[in-house]
Design a protein around this ligand. Sequence first.
Ligand code: MN
Length: 164
Amino acid sequence: MTDKPIFVVQLHDARRLHYDVRLEVDGVLKSWAVPRGPSLDPVVKRLAVFTTDHDLEYASYEGVHADAQYGSGAVIVWDAGIYTNLTRDDRHQVVNPAQAIERGHFKVQLHGVKLNGAWAFTRTGDDWLLVKVRDAAADPAVDLTVTEPRSVLSGLTIQEMAAS
Ligand code: MN
């Protein structure tokens, strides 16, 4: 096992399909609902709605929620891995993840099955934007939400999970 903080992206077929992007910070999963999912194109800004913290154990959850505790509907683990905090302040000092979220700018390096490279969460008013930082993992030609629809745990699509 690793002591690096984890991240997970769960595809959730609730009233509206969305991607729940969750990063481990101080023992909980800080969470953003991203309706259109992450884009590898650095010019694309994806709306990310900050939502309730989840328990770390929830990171490996997939199945079909019967009740509304976490929002009803099917869930698959669309991506999972670890991340490195890249957030720096104006003087290039490390800003810890909790502080970064408080200040509204959180930059991370993802090491997932599908998502890699640097990503930035930036608060704008009530909501946040999730943007791919320009680097070798950026690729405007590839839409992973289309090319890589399956769970990294079970291999199921969200439709297959809903029918299971
Ligand atoms: Mn959700």
